[in-house]
Design a protein around this ligand. Structure first.
Ligand code: GDG
Length: 485
């Protein structure tokens, strides 16, 4: 179950389109593969509750192609809930705090109340589905099969409290698992949240809690220990609360590697003047955590320090509109527009401007061809749970290899060692790193890229899914059967 839209429909068209974002890219293949149910928000404006959902067009090269309408259980959120719960608590409080940016976080009792209420709403839809699944299983005599409820991300941190309570009350069997796609903050930050105990208790209502990397696991365990006084075992990543033990696990997410390779093999050339101009690419949701302003300033520094790059390089930034109702995001959009305008005004000559900026969403094919044709990918978030763009870029490097520049403050930064790692706050160093990437020998590029690609191919999204299911105990059941929700 996730808060993310499984599908979005344009009114009157009945066609599904994918919202861009890491969670959907990662989770859709899992639901398809496991023949599970996806309980998710349907999108605010798109259709009324109760409307049947058309299936995604299998010809679309979208991660949800193949997902059937009967696998989706929509949860409706009204405008007030959208304001207080989604814009307010999820994206105005938890998102910045968990990304270690507390100054951007707003703490309000009314938005926290809405957060808890919407979590209960999702929990109720889930319980309804669970009761039906258990009835069907029992009717078929499969009483040894235990359904798994797998809840995703920071929008649903407290849903399990209600689910566990009801399951105990009604004697419903299920295993409760959770995966957090964003970082988990250190105790010093977590304690700023006035209802931190309820979040931690909510997360400890699961049987299994997964994070991308060990640092986030240890932060979580530390918070449980210090705030709730839980007994913990850091070596085995176990937390005990009220006689129950919760397993914590680091399970770095991967991408559908082969699908990106295939798209890169067939997509037409995306950049006309590729032989004259080297492209430096950035692809992100327009989010302040992604370090876009720092990145553009680093590129400006490169042009200042190396005038020889005039007409030889171009920085192409694709920024997908995101959370456009939240003030912080509106401000970021204005800041980007001004910054890019200023730099283009400063360095452009009649037939060349240094920055091309796409504020919008591209198809995945188009994205794959841009990844393939770019000499450098700049993936420099200030903080990021994992970052799939870094992985997608290396998957698409099927021709002359380019160079990945990566921030150590993304989960991927600790795993993709052959990238050029750079602190995005250090503008001079970042500019030098871009210069180093642009001048790197073919041998070095090949060596680095081969290692990066090999790792991403073997640790792909299927590997992640199997590791998660195995950690939840789902692959060990006697008859191999489990229902995933
Ligand atoms: C969260 C965490 C974690 C981007 N532009 C377009 C487009 N995208 C797709 C990319 C990629 C996804 O969006 C972005 O994923 P990221 O991982 O970079 O970032 P978040 O959206 O913040 O994801 C993150 C992730 O969850 C998974 O756990 O890695 O740390 O913040 O897949 O390809 N897709 C299309 N058009 C675009 O213009 N179609």
């Amino acid at each position: 179950m996730s808060m993310k839209r499984a599908h979005r429909f344009k009114a009157g068209h009945g066609r599904a389109s994918m919202p861009a974002g890491g969670l959907v890219t990662a989770v859709a293949p899992v639901v398809i593969e496991c023949k599970g149910l996806w309980i998710g928000w349907t999108g605010l404006y798109d259709f009324e509750p109760g409307t049947p959902i058309p299936e995604a067009d299998p010809k679309d090269n979208a991660p949800t192609a193949g997902l059937l309408s009967k696998q989706i259980i929509p949860v409706h959120i009204d405008r007030k809930e959208f304001e207080d719960y989604y814009n307010g608590c999820c994206n105005g409080t938890i998102w910045p705090l968990f990304h270690s940016m507390p100054d951007r976080a707003v703490f309000q009792a009314k938005t926290w109340k809405a957060y808890c209420a919407v979590n209960t709403k999702f929990a109720e839809s889930t319980l309804q589905a669970l009761r039906k699944i258990l009835d069907d299983l029992d009717r078929e005599g499969k009483t040894n099969v235990t359904p798994i409820i797998w809840i995703h991300d920071y929008q649903l941190l407290t849903a399990a409290t209600y689910i566990r309570h009801k399951c105990e009350q009604e004697n419903l069997r299920c295993r409760l698992a959770f995966f957090l796609h964003i970082p988990f903050p250190a105790w010093d930050l977590m304690r700023l949240f006035p209802w931190d105990d309820q979040i931690l208790q909510g997360m400890l209502a699961f049987d299994f809690v997964g994070f991308h990397i060990e640092d986030y696991c240890l932060n979580f365990i530390d918070c449980c220990c210090r705030r709730l006084g839980c007994r913990v075992d850091r070596n085995n990543m176990l937390v005990e609360l009220a006689g129950r033990t919760v397993q914590v696990n680091a399970l770095p997410i991967g991408i559908p590697f082969d699908r990106f390779v295939k798209m890169a093999e067939t997509a037409p050339q995306s950049i006309k003047d590729i032989h004259k101009v080297k492209v430096i690419l950035g692809v992100d949701r327009l989010d302040y955590t992604k370090g876009l302003v720092h990145r553009i300033k680093a590129f400006e520094r490169l042009l200042e320090n190396h005038p020889e790059y005039s007409e030889k390089v171009r920085f192409l930034q694709v920024s997908v509109p995101s959370r456009t109702d939240v003030q912080e995001y509106k401000q970021l959009k204005d800041e980007m527009d001004q910054l890019i305008g200023r730099i283009n005004g400063r360095f452009s000559v009649p037939n060349w401007s240094p920055i091309r900026y796409i504020y919008g969403s591209l198809t995945q094919d188009k994205l794959a061809s841009l990844y393939r044709d770019s000499a450098v990918a700049l993936v420099t978030p200030l903080r990021d749970g994992m970052n799939l763009v870094a992985k997608e870029y290396v998957a698409c490097q099927i021709r002359e290899p380019g160079v990945l520049i990566l921030s150590p403050f993304a989960g991927a930064g600790g795993l993709m060692h052959e990238a050029l790692l750079v602190n995005p706050y250090e503008l001079d160093l970042a500019a030098n790193t871009i210069h180093r990437a642009l001048t790197m020998s073919l041998d070095e590029r090949e060596l680095r890229m081969t290692q990066l690609r090999n790792r991403e191919q073997s640790l792909d999204v299927n590997h992640w899914m199997r590791s998660c299911l195995s950690a939840m105990g789902a692959l060990k059941s006697e008859d191999g059967e489990n229902d995933l929700m």
